[in-house]
Design a protein around this ligand. Structure first.
Ligand SMILES: [Fe+2]
Length: 372
């Protein structure tokens, strides 16, 4: 059976390599006002952008940006009246930068723009400079903002959110601590794997996914052990980018749906939440995608796997060897909260419906219990 047709969006220009952040200024040329969206940590890289003109920095971006975060960033843009917006950070920063670039000078609100293909347009150029290797947000057209009242993610998806220039500079990730490197690397792997075994999988995206999960298998331990290993850091930035490509036309599935309540309700970092859930979903889905799951297991270092239990053990050992604490209980989860998480995760149909095996609320609860 032929795969369903897909459309792939990629940044208009992609700069890859150590030191490439310094190319941003030359690419941008003369600018009057630049707004850099960052965190207090990544704001330290602003000088390396070599920008001209007036440069304002908005660095109040938390781990899980919510509607209030976006409103504050939009207010900063109204003040700066930028002709260029730079997202300088991880997925949270880049997701906010996308929406600020598209919405700051128009009439649309976040709720007007929520959903697929509802953004009217964009007048301001957008550069995305990734400072972690995990989200792949620099590659794509989707932005996720938390609604703090509903405890759920609002997804905006539009070709108008694509970057004019994306930069993958491994030097920016040297200082990412080992634990964050491990968790974000597993997140990149999860993007690739969940697209690979997806109900909407596509042969072209499958090959981006293969490149991505093989790079994570090859390089993640090296980058965790030596943060300044340029080759490993660059390999992970590519894996993250390939994962971002996978997110566009295919997207993730049950793994991310089950990880989301751990972010919105338990406030775990996105990468860590995905790392904890990853082995359990890989094992759950194994019967429906045995060949593809075996490919993933080989990338994780297994010589052969034959059962869901094997696969789960291989993936969990991979994560534990990287130093990830894999027990939800150790991260402050309460057993009595697991059923709320399960109800919430099961309701994220935009991802759950992509999973190769249907999951009931009880199946989801079983995964939280196994991870507990
Ligand atoms: Fe993710």
């Amino acid at each position: 059976m032929a795969a369903a047709p897909i459309t792939i969006h990629q940044p208009r220009r992609l700069a890859v390599g150590a030191g490439m952040i310094r190319e941003v200024g030359a690419w941008a040329g003369e600018t009057t006002s630049v707004l850099v969206i960052a965190t207090p940590i990544t704001a330290g890289f602003v000088e390396r952008l070599t920008l001209s003109g007036r440069v304002s920095v908005f660095d109040a971006i938390p781990g899980e940006p919510d509607i209030g975060t976006l409103d504050a960033a939009l207010a900063a843009a109204h003040q700066a009246k930028p002709d260029l917006i730079v997202g300088l950070g991880g997925g949270s920063v880049m997701d906010v930068a996308k929406l600020v670039a598209a919405l700051w000078d128009g009439e649309q609100t976040l709720s007007d723009a929520a959903g697929p293909n509802r953004v009217n347009g964009r007048n301001t150029r957008l550069v995305q400079v990734a400072t972690t290797a995990g989200t792949g947000s620099e590659a794509g057209i989707r932005s996720l903002i938390t609604d703090p009242v509903k405890g759920a993610k609002i997804a905006v998806e539009s070709p108008h959110l694509i970057a004019d220039l994306a930069v993958l500079d491994p030097e920016l990730t040297y200082s990412v601590p080992p634990a964050v490197t491990a968790a974000t690397g597993i997140d990149a792997m999860a993007h690739c794997v969940e697209a690979f075994t997806n109900r909407r999988a596509h042969p072209m995206i499958d090959d981006f996914a293969r490149m991505g999960f093989r790079l994570v298998g090859k390089y993640l331990a090296r980058a965790v052990n030596d943060g300044a290993d340029t080759e490993a850091r660059e390999g992970l930035m590519l894996a993250s980018y390939y994962g971002g490509i996978c997110l566009g036309p295919v997207n993730t599935a049950a793994g991310h749906a089950i990880a989301y309540p751990l972010g919105t309700l338990l406030h775990l970092p996105h990468g860590l939440a995905n790392a904890i859930i990853f082995p359990h979903v890989l094992a759950f889905n194994q019967p429906a995608a045995a060949d593809k799951t075996a490919e993933v297991a080989r990338a994780l270092g297994a010589s052969r796997v034959s059962s869901p239990g094997d696969v789960g053990e291989v993936a969990k050992a991979f994560c534990l060897d990287l130093g990830v604490e894999m027990a939800l209980a150790a991260h402050g989860a309460k057993e009595e909260d697991l059923s709320r998480y399960a109800t919430d995760a099961h309701a994220i149909r935009r991802l759950m419906d992509n999973n190769p095996v249907d999951m009931s609320v009880e199946d989801v609860l079983g995964i939280y219990r196994a991870a507990y």
